[in-house]
Design a protein around this ligand. Structure first.
Ligand SMILES: Nc1ncnc2c1ncn2[C@@H]1O[C@H](COP(=O)(O)OP(=O)(O)O)[C@@H](O)[C@H]1O
Ligand SMILES: [Mg+2]
Length: 548
């Protein structure tokens, strides 16, 4: 038993060996497998007993001493040793010992999240097959991580080199850690064809959509027999443009700290596809694919800052919402939410069969690389709008989207559709626009209003619709509870910091845009409009639905 074993046994027995390796003394590791590596001679004390391994006895020159003497000696050494890194007990330790494929360490600022993120790859730095990637949103933010890594890595692994040009660490084993940024969605293409066993995202809510996180999952691979687990790790504060999707992916599905099978955006468990050879060979088809876990961080976990008091005092001085997010790591507070009036009681209803004679229409905001949001609306005879179906998909071509829409509404009569007007722009010199492609398939659209001020007007109109009518006791806009994505996105859509009249366009706003386009067609119902036969009569007041 070495000093480390002794030390850690008092705190947390689940701590894996790898972490213990990090807790080491100047110039050498406490564990034999690491001390076997070349360490700085200068710091080597001749009577240094880190050859205290059980599996590889030191070139035994002394007879085995009495256990008490060993104990004493170890304690003596422990005093002399300068431990370079020791996880803070609690969440930081849990994060560093986590075994789930996807783990988010999130919550209060100053909890030691980024620090842990930089330490985590060291668990695999001894494996020559290890190829790892640590990401931040921008290069400037990356610098902070690089500087922490420079303080830690060379001490932990003498001989580890940082290649400035490539921003890559090369460890003595040959293991590599790339430190990079990933700003726009297209940046993921840089990693096409690459394979990593460990990928980390620091400050995950800085990514407005889950696109990069989901894409990078496909880069997570190891070749056979490398003994490397696949890890995707993230840290973050609550808030930021990606608050909503991060919360939905990691925080909502299970109690804090509890591992759960990963769900897709429709709330279904992600399972192995029958297309996967690996799954076929291993009888995994249809079985849940990966586990996730959220580990909450609090400032109080980090004695390095908590004891200081100043930092806490600064956080306490922040406005309420900021404070709850940063100091308490509160995920329920959406940052400057645009639609604070939205709530489940007034705006979400159980689905019911919509009478055929209520006018129906749809609206769409299209994005191939990011997401496409389509919403279907029905107009209640009272004029209330009911959003009764949503479609939220990614990587679907215009032509396929048209098929999917027509299929979804095959038994319905849809009066009209409104689509982001930019889709009428031609893609090149020739060929139909995306809108025309869909229209040619029979999925008809009219362009949305894109005039100046239409964004703000649309937002105001949604506010107006969300109001609960005093007389009827009902809101002017309600959603079937099956419209999961819309219901979770709308209340956490952040306001634009520079223009509080509008929402932050960098956030996940495709369904919101679809809602806005739909609502701005000013649909309403009237007695004259109700088509009691359930069939098209051939004569309809053109402004009965559109209102203008
Ligand atoms: N286990 C640890 N050992 C030493 N210093 C730590 C440890 N955990 C955190 N710190 C220090 O605490 C400070 C805040 O940690 P940081 O990781 O930046 O917090 P966060 O990313 O959660 O806001 C940093 O200065 C960091 O070096
Ligand atoms: Mg941080």
């Amino acid at each position: 038993m070495n000093t480390k074993d002794k030390k850690s046994s008092t705190s947390q027995s689940t701590l894996p060996d790898d972490i213990e390796r990090l807790m080491k003394k100047q110039g050498g590791f406490t564990r034999s497998d690491l001390t076997a590596r070349k360490v700085s001679k200068k710091n080597q004390d001749s009577k240094q007993p880190q050859k205290n391994s059980s599996k590889k006895p030191a070139k035994a020159k002394e007879p085995t001493p009495e256990p008490e003497i060993v104990q004493e000696k170890l304690e003596e050494i422990a005093k002399e040793r300068k431990i370079i890194f020791e996880p803070n007990p609690g969440p930081q330790e849990e994060f560093l010992a986590a075994s789930e494929q996807e783990v988010l360490y999130g919550g209060a600022a100053g909890g030691g999240k980024s620090f842990a993120m930089v330490v985590d790859p060291l668990r695999y730095a001894e494996n020559p097959n290890s190829n790892m990637l640590l990401l931040r949103r921008s290069t400037e933010e990356l610098r902070e991580l690089i500087s922490v890594s420079k303080q830690l890595y060379t001490q932990a692994f003498p001989g580890a080199r940082f290649l400035e040009r490539d921003k890559t660490w090369v460890f003595p084993s040959g293991a590599q850690l790339w430190m990079s940024y990933l700003d726009r969605d297209d940046d993921v293409m840089r990693y096409q064809g690459q394979a990593y066993n460990w990928i980390g995202f620091d400050e995950l809510t800085q990514w407005a959509t889950p696109y990069a996180w989901d894409y990078m999952r496909s880069r997570l691979r190891t070749s056979k027999n490398t003994n490397l687990p696949l890890c995707q790790r993230a840290t973050t504060n609550p808030g930021g443009p990606g608050h909503f999707w991060v919360k939905r992916m990691f925080i909502d599905p299970a109690p804090y700290g509890k591992a759960f099978w990963a769900l897709d955006e429709n709330g279904e468990t992600i399972t192995w596809s029958e297309k996967s050879k690996f799954a076929q060979l291993n009888g995994l088809v249809g079985k849940p694919m990966l586990k996730r876990r959220f580990i909450p961080a609090s400032l109080m976990d980090n004695p390095y800052l908590a004891e200081d008091g100043m930092y806490e005092a600064n956080l306490l001085a922040l406005p309420e919402n900021e404070r709850r997010k940063l100091l308490e790591g509160d995920w329920t507070v959406a940052e400057g939410a645009a639609f604070t009036e939205f709530n489940m009681e007034d705006h979400v209803i159980e689905p019911f069969d919509i009478p055929d004679n209520w006018p129906k229409f749809r609206a769409c905001d299209y994005g191939y690389g990011s997401y496409t949001g389509v919403l279907w609306f029905a107009v209640h005879p009272s004029g209330q709008l009911i959003v009764y179906r949503e479609m939220y998909v990614s990587k679907v071509t215009a032509s396929d989207l048209a098929d999917m829409i027509l299929e979804a509404e095959s038994n319905e009569k849809i009066r009209y559709g409104v689509l982001d007007s930019s889709l009428w722009h031609k893609r090149g010199d020739s060929g139909p626009s995306l809108a025309e492609t869909m229209i040619m398939k029979g999925c008809r659209w009219r362009p949305s209003d894109r005039s100046r001020g239409s964004r703000v007007a649309g937002k105001n109109e949604i506010h107006r619709r969300l109001q609960v009518d005093d007389f009827a006791g009902e809101a002017g806009l309600v959603f079937f509870n099956t419209c999961r994505n819309t219901i979770s996105q709308l209340p956490s859509l952040p306001l634009d910091k520079n223009n509080p009249e509008d929402v932050d366009t960098k956030s996940e706003d495709h369904l919101y845009d679809a809602l806005r386009y739909g609502i701005m067609t000013r649909p309403r119902s009237s007695l004259f409009d109700a088509d009691t036969t359930g069939l098209r009569t051939g004569f309809q007041a053109s402004d009965g639905v559109f209102g203008y």
